[in-house]
Design a protein around this ligand. Sequence first.
Ligand code: PMP
Length: 306
Amino acid sequence: MVEKLQKIWLDGEMVDWDAANVHVLTHSLHYGLGAFEGIRAYQRADGKTYVFRLREHVDRLFDSCKMILLVPKFDKAQVMSACVDLLRVNGMTDGYLRPMVFVGEGAMGIYAPQNPVRTTVIAWKWGAYLGEEALKHGIRAKISSFARHHINISLAKAKMMGQYTNSVLAKREAKLGGYDEAILLDANGFVSEGSGENLFIVKKGVLHTPDLSSSILEGITRDTVITLAREQGLEVREGRITRDQLWLADEAFLTGTAAEITPVREVDDRAIGTGTVGPVTKRLQDAFFDVVRGSDTSHAAWLTPV
Ligand code: PMP
């Protein structure tokens, strides 16, 4: 259960948590058109709180809106301020932010172009998405029977509400089967991503991840990891990965704002490498956590103070 906080930002106002409700005629509830983001804020070693890569998340929110032809009533600067203000009014030193642009009530039917475009930002406390144990020791994943959206069926680069039924179905299938997470192949059978994470493998010291012209979401953590890996002198190759390449990887891990860097120790009941957290994954995890909540200030542009 999400722990109730004091305020939610809704259409420009700080509203009491219990009063931030929408009508059942809300268009997005019926048809799923809407865009959202997931952002983390961390308390760093200096004791202060920073939002991680706020600008990039808000840029992606507006890109998602552009793709689905929604024009938010607030500009990027206002949404960024809302995120920072919300953490302040709720007295949060770290947590998760969920900006969302959605279609309100008015007309029904699919078209409904006059319905109001609404914007909200919600904050809540969120620990390790897949659990502390997962971060330390890795997870067991299963290739899903659900494929990631084909690029001409949905909008792979949009973080769009309705698309997530696919992720929920894949996740539920994996959990019901006794696994921690689903890995989806794309419509051509190549490895795509997790239900809410991008995927990397390590083979012979080289990092591989699906390229951006495939059906993956362009993850901001993915970009962070690629940047940090290259700074460490690691070679990163973006391209197709097959299921058997994944099974035969030396190491594998998932990346996402919620999941951070979560090692994958097993896929389809086959151990990945030694079945423990590999040295490259560990090094990248350490570098990542040092940047987001430690004392590494070499990427100050990624940190927005609260
Ligand atoms: N893929 C999907 C489907 C996701 O939902 C997410 C989480 N936003 C990601 C990848 C990772 O993206 P990011 O690192 O920007 O959180």
